[in-house]
Design a protein around this ligand. Structure first.
Ligand SMILES: [Zn+2]
Length: 216
């Protein structure tokens, strides 16, 4: 029997770090849909070329293309015992498509850990970054502040905030995430698969609780 895990969590909650920890502890490969896209495009696979053609037109890549990449990936020998999926599904339609796909392998989604955090916590974590103008050194208002605000400790250059690191941009990004994933969270909750974990806790505690959910 395979184990398939769908890991959910908003930007800034440390999902990537936790995915690596789970992969190590369970021995299951970490399949990030973003990495899978980049890999298929880089290797110019048929699916990669197809995905690229939609992206070039500024269109969303259709679900069947993404599902095709995941099918390919899950067919590899390292996925014999299952996999940890990160970044897919994002919608209930994709969740249903994933169920059909896993059935092809004789499996199903077994666990859906959701690392949760409030909008305020996520905005604080993601928006305090300041970047050095000359060499790109990075500081954080709260977690790694420069000795003098606005000045790089290493070379004395001015620090600035990238658009992506500004509170307004980050807030919008997080609100979009919550709006888009609410139906998916409800979908997995209704099926009794969702386990919510408090992502505002220290990394080690989040890992412990995640592994407990997975029975490790
Ligand atoms: Zn600097």
């Amino acid at each position: 029997m395979q184990t398939y895990i769908v890991l959910l969590g908003p930007p800034g909650v440390g999902k990537g770090t936790q995915a690596e920890i789970i992969a190590k502890s369970t021995g299951l490969p970490h399949i990030s849909s973003g990495d899978l896209f980049r890999e298929n495009i880089k290797n110019a696979t048929n699916l990669g070329k197809l995905a690229q053609s939609f992206m070039n037109k500024g269109e969303l890549v259709p679900d069947d293309v993404t599902i095709g990449m995941i099918r390919d990936r899950l067919s590899r020998p390292d996925c014999r015992a299952g996999a940890l999926l990160d970044g897919f599904p994002r919608t209930t339609v994709q969740a249903e498509a994933l169920e059909k796909l896993l059935a092809e392998f004789g499996g199903t989604v077994n666990y859906v850990p959701y690392i949760a955090a409030s909008e305020a916590t996520l905005v604080e974590r993601l928006s305090g970054r300041w970047t050095c103008k000359s060499q790109g050194h990075i500081f954080h208002e709260k977690y790694n502040p420069p000795k003098t605000p606005g000045v790089c400790d290493l070379d004395g250059s001015d620090l600035y905030q990238r658009d992506d690191d500004k509170a307004e941009t980050v807030t919008r990004r997080i609100q979009v995430y919550f709006a888009q994933t609410a139906p998916l969270i409800a979908y997995y909750r209704e099926r009794g698969l969702l386990s919510e974990i408090d992502g505002a806790q220290p990394i080690e505690q989040v890992s412990l609780e995640l592994l407990a959910v997975l029975g490790k």
